[in-house]
Design a protein around this ligand. Structure first.
Ligand SMILES: [Zn+2]
Length: 281
């Protein structure tokens, strides 16, 4: 590959992008998530080449007459295409499934790279989690490619569990230094724990609050709603003017919107009041 230098003589990443992407007017869906600042640039670059089917896989080199064998070095059975190496090879799939499990992403996984961005968009809606998930993906692709190179060029190989451990360690470091500091939810804390990052690594966001008693002969209801990606919950508690517990309850609902869950909490509190015949709430 020969890249012509820019006017200043320096080679920029943009030059390489333009070289590969001959038709940049319609950027594909995946471009928006592989170039995020959290990600290691060489991981993003490799991912980008995979998506364009420009990675020098054995299948691609065979078509150019540069090699004679396209057998995948990871499973020694399949043909080494971009789709096979990343999503179809049993070796890679074992690692990928484990990473997704830790990321709390469930269900069948696409077998073609072209289906991956839409799949990810439907599986992960929380913006911070999406950043973590895409970082995980690009890191995964990079390590798979390095393992493939080590096998072909150095005759060295790692067991799939060993490589998985190294990928997880890399993701953990990136988690610790990046996005979890920006937004915290119970689900993201669980993801962090799955990757061996304790909650104490994350700076706490605290807001002091105080319960203010109601006027005498009134009962006070406090309610709350809470939302995660696949679950919604709400609750209400009723206390008298001295703070004594009178009645309380909690429920689960479809995770449609946080406002709806907050209102369900208030409604529950009022229904509890009706049940015990309270007239002033
Ligand atoms: Zn394979």
């Amino acid at each position: 590959m020969i890249l012509t230098p820019s006017r200043t003589g320096a080679l920029k990443r943009r030059d390489a992008i333009n070289f590969f992407n001959r038709n940049p007017s319609t950027p594909p869906a995946w471009t928006k998530w592989i170039w995020r600042s959290i990600q290691v640039q060489r991981h993003s670059f490799l991912t980008w080449k995979f998506f364009l089917n420009k990675a020098p896989t054995l299948s691609r080199l065979l078509r150019k007459g540069l090699v004679q064998d396209q057998t995948c070095s990871l499973c020694t059975v399949g043909e080494e295409t971009s789709d096979h190496l990343t999503l179809q090879c049993p070796y890679s799939r074992y690692i990928f499934h484990s990473l997704l499990k830790d990321m709390l992403i469930k269900g069948p996984v696409p077998k073609r790279l072209s289906d991956l961005p839409t799949w990810l968009d439907t599986k992960v809606t929380h913006p911070v989690k999406k950043t973590i998930a895409t970082s995980m993906l690009t890191t995964f692709f990079w390590f798979i490619w390095m393992e493939r190179n080590n096998r072909i060029f150095r005759g060295k190989s790692l067991h799939k569990r060993e490589l998985m451990g190294r990928i997880k360690a890399k993701i953990t470091i990136r988690l610790q230094f990046s996005v979890l500091k920006a937004a915290i939810s119970p689900e993201l804390i669980k993801v962090a724990e799955n990757y061996g990052t304790s909650i104490s690594d994350i700076p706490a966001i605290s807001k002091p609050v105080q319960w203010i008693p109601s006027d005498s002969n009134w009962l006070k209801v406090n309610s709350d709603g809470s939302l995660s990606e696949d679950r919604g919950g709400y609750g209400a508690i009723m206390r008298d003017e001295k703070g004594n517990f009178i009645i309380g309850a909690a429920g689960q609902s479809n995770p449609k919107s946080i406002n709806l869950l907050e209102f369900q909490g208030i409604l529950l509190g009022l229904e509890l009041g009706l049940q015990i015949g309270a007239s002033r709430i």
